[in-house]
Every structure is written in structure tokens, then in C-alpha cells.
Design a binder for this molecule. Sequence first.
Ligand SMILES: O=C(O)CCC(=O)C(=O)O
Ligand SMILES: [Fe+2]
Length: 311
Amino acid sequence: MLFADPVRVVVPSALARRLAQVCTLEMEGHRWAAANVVAARQVLEAPDARAVLDALRRRLARAVPTAPGWAVVALPERLGDEDVKRAAAGLLATLGRPFFSIDQGGGLWIGGESSPEHDQASFGGFGAQALHVDAPNVHHVPDYTSLLVLRPDPAGGGVSLIGDLQEALAHLTDAEQALLRRTEVFEGRADGLLGVGAPLLPFPVVAATEGGGWPWIRWAGKVLDDPRNHEHLPVLRRFAQALSVETRAVMLGRGQLLIADQRRIAHGRTALGDPRFAVTSVRRCLLQTKVAFEATAIAQLVTAEAGVGDA
Ligand SMILES: O=C(O)CCC(=O)C(=O)O
Ligand SMILES: [Fe+2]
């Protein structure tokens, strides 16, 4: 595994505050309200936001072939929680339409403080979480997922893992890749999700996308533990091993937002520190939301004029 200091996209304080001022957390169903999307894009199209917008394009625009497909965006540590949530949503709106797939009281951001009551390997649990894409078991896998840290683990655990799915696939032989295209696996359940289409169980691990481009790699490390996938274990293990070689670790601090293009990147985490040594209200606090790709979103518009066409 590669431990590298990633390039963080730093959002200047004045810009973050302006986003927080013009945006609300108002929703239209499971989608961030259209007026918020418009307001955020107006702020981020202004000349003084150019460096941030270009950095998002270079790292995340689907039309930039060299984009790594993930970014860590750093908002000012001292911005209040509500303002962090609004500004982070505004930044996501440069890629498409922010939405939630899991309804937790109707808010855009789901999640909160980690708890030893949660299943260890789940969202908000204290255990490690194997590399995965969110909602692999539906027809429309969310294009982008994002993780927003309000408070890192005081014990220094909960390090985010970022695995390059496409690079991992390239390590496999043609025969192994062909086998993965034929392999259908089971993982979890997908009832009651919003904005992602109908459940798809079992699902193909690798499937070509309509219109070409990167295939979807519906990966979740948990497929290795599911007895229903038993007969496919050799090739699944082979892919997991290749992915571990293409994985890096990034510690997210307060106000930092990890954005992952799920067509390219799987995410996971290392275990948190022992919950007995972290009392409530100082435990890790993590939020999550999704984004549906929009070709017309401002960070997807890549022209020679934008200066990132050959980034
Ligand atoms: O806790 C984390 O850092 C990741 C959580 C996550 O990716 C999930 O629950 O889907
Ligand atoms: Fe996840």
C-alpha cells in the first residue's frame, strides 16, 4: 500500500463563507434544491474561484483522461458545521446534482458520530471497512460519493483508503478480466434506496458502460465473505489483491471532503481507535452524500479555454 500525502484542494476562507451564505440545505425530494445548485455554481464560476474550479476539473472531470478520479477538498477548519455542510454541497454541485440515496430524516448529509453500537464494519462503526463502491447492487450506481469529516478520530484511526479500480483491473490477465465480466455476485440488500434505480442482485463485477468509457466495476470487499459468491472466490481474490496494490491512505481532517468518482475509485477505512478511550462528543464524526453526474455542471465543462484540457 502506498502512503502518500495527497494534493489537497484548499478552499480559501472567503470563498467557503460565500458558498455557505448563498446556499441552504433545502432539498427537493432526495435532491439538493435546484436554487442551491444554481447559487453555488454562480459563486464557483466567479474569477476568484478559478483556481479551485480548475483543480476540481483536473482531478474529477470525466472528460479529462488524466484525472485521477478523486480529490480531497479542504474547507477552513474553523467554519461552523452548518456552513461546512453548505459549502461542501456547493463544491459537489460543480460535478452534478447532489442527492441522498438513504433517507435519514430528509437531509442531504447522512451519518454522524461513530458509535460502538453500530455494526463494526458499517457506516459509523469502529472497525475497518474493506474497499468498496457505495451501492454497487443497484442499476444506477451513484456517479460520485463523498465523505465529509466534521471531527477526525481522536485516536488517529479511521484513515480513508482510496483504491484505483481501473488500475487494479489492468493488472489482471485478459482471461481474468473476461471472467469478471461474466461473474455475477451478491452483496447486501438494496431496498428503499433513492436516485439509484432498482436493486440489481446479483450484479456483474465488471460491465461496459453505455456510450463507452470506463466500465463500471461494482466492487465491495465484502463479496469475499458472502457464501453466495463461493464459486467465484479465486478471481474475486485475485482482483482484491490487485486493488490492494493500487490503494493509498489519506487522513481526512476537520472540514475535509473526499470526493470519489465511483467509476474509477473504491473507498474504505482503517479501524478507529478503541471506543472506550473516546467519549461521546469527541468521537469521529463523518457525513456522506452522493452526486449524480451532469455533463453541463461547471467542473465537467473542459475546454481549451479552461486550460485543463491537457492537464
Ligand atoms: O467511515 C468511513 O471512512 C467510510 C464509510 C463508508 O464509506 C461507508 O459506510 O460506505
Ligand atoms: Fe462507502
